[in-house]
Design a binder for this molecule. Structure first.
Ligand SMILES: *Cc1c(COP(=O)(O)O)cnc(C)c1O
Length: 378
């Protein structure tokens, strides 16, 4: 059986966890948490990064920091994970969905302006599959209408837009280190921002509404409850696991890219024959091989295709039932304009096995099995 995903253990994870135990500090914001933030600063060029317990929690913090109020609106694609929307719904905001581009599956930047109303406060682009949204257009709209940009870069860690790391381009950026992503810590994420103005509130929010971060830096004598907050900081055990992964990022990237390129080159024949479509990477995007997907003719073909692969020992999956048609989406959101591509394209898409340990032999098996799919025989 070839799995769809297997969480990576690349080398020093257990050694670092042992070190964390020996350091006698298991709660958050110890040595490994600092090392992870330093890595994000050095490698991705972010001024601030706070490790969090998930990307969902980073998004919750971002929604809070964006100052969106009940009844105000956030614009996002409907083709995304529930957390992008949940974070804003928790603040009482209304979600306004905009159609995606069929080529990248990202929000169609040309449709955003017509979705803006006097209630709009935030645009939340999602960098699907680690392929950048067209950020220049989005930033220009944000400047024109005085909106905040919250990037859902859950899948976009160490991927770039015109040379800038995803997650560092908007006002606030959110990463995921969930075990299904490129670099992992079990459950975890990070909140990134560049402006000093967010730091104090972000730290307070993350530390149960207290000024404990200031206390640890010796800036106040004792810490107290100063604002609304929760507990968004991960334990050192998780940070230790993550740091081993970040240190090995070149090797993780190399392996994922090899699998991605193998699929892309060897499935081209089927794409040229018109049976499938391959992912599209715009010139402005440098992706991170987070995901390899193909698109089939329609929903019926996809259902048969996934069943066929499963019968042949390969686990392939689809995801994201468009949010606007989900029960909560109907309650908390509305679709701006027409759903031309969101539903149609999401029903055709299937993700192939993609993970650190995936071997080229396994990729070969996946490709040859796909080529023998009876649906491609006519
Ligand atoms: C994985 C993912 C999330 C959620 O990440 P968690 O760390 O599991 O909370 C949010 N948005 C997108 C686009 C994702 O792919």
């Amino acid at each position: 059986m070839i799995d769809f995903n297997r969480p990576a253990c690349v080398g020093k994870e257990l050694e670092y966890i042992r070190q964390a135990v020996e350091n006698g500090k298991l709660c958050g914001d110890g040595m490994f948490t600092k090392k992870c933030s330093q890595w994000m600063a050095d490698k991705l060029g972010t001024k601030y990064s706070l490790l969090t317990t998930s990307c969902t929690h980073a998004l919750e913090m971002a929604a809070y920091l964006s100052d969106i109020q009940p009844g105000e609106e956030v614009i996002m694609p409907s083709y995304t994970f529930v957390s992008t929307a949940d974070a804003f719904v928790l603040r009482g905001a209304k979600v306004v969905f905009v159609d995606i581009r069929p080529d990248t599956m990202n929000i169609d930047e040309k449709l955003i302006e017509q979705a803006i109303t006097e209630k709009t406060r935030v645009i939340a682009p999602v960098h699907y599959a680690g392929v950048a949204c067209e950020m220049d257009t989005i930033l220009a709209l944000a400047a024109k209408y005085n909106l905040k940009v919250v990037e859902d870069a859950a899948q976009g860690v160490n991927a770039y837009y015109k040379g800038k790391a995803l997650g560092t381009i908007g006002d606030l950026g959110c990463f995921s280190f969930h075990e299904t992503k490129n670099y992992i810590m079990g459950e975890g994420g990070a909140l990134l921002f560049q402006k000093d103005e967010y730091l104090e509130r972000a730290e307070i929010l993350r530390e149960k509404g207290t000024d404990r971060s200031k206390f640890f830096r010796g800036q106040v004598d004792k810490y107290t409850w100063v604002d609304f907050g929760s507990s968004y900081l991960p334990s050192e055990l998780n940070a230790a696991y993550l740091y081993a992964q970040l240190e090995a990022c070149a090797e993780i990237d190399r392996r994922r890219m090899a699998a991605w390129n193998y699929y892309n080159e060897n499935l081209k024949e089927l794409a040229d024959a018109g049976y499938i479509e391959l992912p599209f990477i715009p010139d402005y995007a440098q992706h991170n091989a987070h995901m390899f997907y193909i698109k089939l003719k329609d929903l019926e073909t996809r259902t048969a295709f996934i069943r066929y692969l499963k019968d042949n020992g390969i686990s392939a999956v689809f995801h994201y039932v468009p949010l606007h048609s989900a029960k909560a989406g109907l309650k908390f959101g509305r679709f701006s304009g027409e759903d031309v591509y969101t539903t149609k394209e999401s029903e055709r898409l299937v993700r192939l096995p993609m993970f650190y340990d995936l071997t080229l032999e396994q990729c070969e098996t996946v490709v040859s099995t796909i080529k023998a799919f009876p649906g491609f025989a006519d």
